[in-house]
Design a protein around this ligand. Structure first.
Ligand SMILES: [Zn+2]
Length: 114
């Protein structure tokens, strides 16, 4: 999923501002076991919107049906969380030992005592 953050789009900027408050989001579960974030409403105190990466309970989303600032913030949050997960390291194949052919010194001109 590609989430575009457009610095000329007020909704994107609001989403970034909301992302800054991610530490205060509630972690909720719906009856069907889905995960939602409870993101505090900026217009109404003590009100939370239930948000995931696809839907939101705010008026902006329910009226327009398009990703609102909360959904954008949620997507950014999820993308960031994913990026911060430690990745399993791939075993690096042992480097093939380069066998150096030892220089062979041929004793030319060996002294012969006899
Ligand atoms: Zn919303």
């Amino acid at each position: 999923m590609v989430t575009v953050v457009d610095t000329t789009d007020p909704r994107s900027l609001k989403a970034l501002a909301i992302l800054e408050t991610a530490h205060g989001w509630l972690k909720c579960r719906t009856k069907d076991g889905g995960k939602r974030f409870g993101i505090p409403s900026q217009s109404e105190a003590n009100k939370y919107h239930l948000v995931d990466c696809q839907s939101c309970t705010c008026q902006d989303f329910t009226r327009r049906g398009l990703a609102c600032k909360h959904i954008l913030a949620c997507r950014l949050y999820c993308a960031r969380a994913k990026a911060q997960q430690p990745r399993p390291r791939h075993e690096t194949a042992p480097l093939a030992h380069q066998s150096r052919v030892g220089r062979m010194f041929h004793g030319d001109g060996q002294d012969q005592d006899q």
